[in-house]
Design a binder for this molecule. Structure first.
Ligand code: 6PG
Length: 349
């Protein structure tokens, strides 16, 4: 029986359940997508070229890109990284580890941390991992949870993103009855018959949570007198510490769907967005707010996402058609956590 440990700032080395203890074995990486360099007991070691970056094989059999990369012409800045793991479960573990460290750093630097959560299947795995392994590692009472997007349904509806996070994570945190295990939770106050009002109210919540008058959210004077677009030009928008995002097969992210109004938004932080293919409203953070964040991470797994990633990284720049292309943090970091199945075949030499 192998035991994995992770270094926790507060408690030192703490054990972590390895995926295979839950019956999930590391899966071999498809050899046709890799160049062999050396050997490990269960798979061929790869060096995958992606633009100007290299992937290297980690001891756990996953691929990690070591150097910052630029994918596609001008598509990502130097502050971007791609982390490829063999399974969705390993992706969730890697994100979890990265997230905890980012939270610890934010709390150490500013005494608090804000996170915008995503809906979707891989983020759900992450929330379950937090509930299983991380409830006692950071001081969650200093962490504010916002929602990057929400469906226009009541909070107890099975499609509610808040409801998903509550079931996967928050109920278990609350069950501990320990204040340090329980984050500050700011769900979208959905009023299904008034999506614009919901969005307006949540914009105000976001401003308050991010403290428009502290140095993490721009200066109070500019917050009250300038428009979002003016503040954008001055890089003075409210700043979320960490934004988690999924990616749809159609290259949507958050609830920024192709050819929808919210993609044009330059005056609001959070809007109601009518999505014709669902004939329904979604509620979503806008590109200016997401791009002002300190760290933005995509969590993307499964073969159905491969074409979308390919077009976001390498396709012609058409944000209207491929909304995730619009994500490029102005002064922050961008991370892509993928499983091998989602990794596009195309690579640039
Ligand atoms: C939502 C989202 C959305 C999601 C993607 C990917 O509420 O549905 O926030 O942007 O992250 O559709 O979802 P999957 O990971 O489930 O494919």
């Amino acid at each position: 029986m192998f035991l994995q440990f992770r270094l926790c700032r507060k408690w030192g080395l703490i054990p972590r359940c390895p995926p295979w203890s839950a019956g999930i074995m590391p899966t071999p990486i498809e050899s046709h997508s890799l160049n062999s360099a050396h050997h490990t007991p269960f798979l061929e070691a790869p060096t995958v070229q992606a633009s100007d970056g290299n992937f290297v094989l980690e001891p756990d059999g996953s691929l990690q890109q070591r150097s910052p990369t630029k994918i596609g012409p001008g598509r990502m800045g130097m502050n971007s990284q791609i982390i490829v793991k063999t399974t969705a479960d390993e992706v969730a573990s890697a994100v979890c580890e990265w997230l905890i460290e980012a939270i610890e750093n934010a709390i150490q630097e500013r005494g608090k941390c804000s996170i915008a959560l995503s809906g979707g299947s891989t983020p759900k795995l992450l929330y379950e991992k937090i509930a299983e392994n991380e409830l006692h590692c950071v001081d969650w009472s200093k962490v504010a949870l916002l929602w990057g997007d929400e469906r226009n349904v009541s909070q107890d509806h099975e499609d509610s993103n808040y409801g998903m996070v509550k079931r996967a994570w928050l109920e278990r945190a609350e069950a501990t009855r320990q204040p340090r295990a329980i984050p500050q939770v700011y769900p979208v106050p959905v009023q299904t018959n008034a999506p614009d009002r919901t969005a307006h109210e949540y914009s105000e919540t976001i401003r308050k949570v991010l403290g428009e008058n502290n140095e993490n959210a721009g200066s109070s004077s500019s917050a009250s007198t300038l428009s979002i677009s003016d503040r954008m030009a001055k890089s003075d928008l409210p700043k979320i510490d960490i934004v988690l995002l999924g990616l749809g097969d159609d290259a949507h992210t958050a609830s920024l769907f192709p050819e929808t109004q919210a993609l044009q938004e330059s005056e609001n932080l959070f809007v109601a967005n009518f999505v014709p293919k669902f004939e329904a409203y979604r509620l979503t953070m806008t590109l200016p707010l997401i791009n002002a964040a300190d760290k933005v991470a995509f969590l993307v797994c499964g073969p159905s996402k491969r074409a979308a990633i390919d077009v976001v990284w390498h396709g012609p720049r058409q944000v209207e058609k491929y909304p995730a292309q619009g994500i490029h943090p102005a002064n922050g970091e961008l991370l892509w956590f993928l499983d091998v199945a989602a990794m596009p075949e195309r690579r640039q030499g």
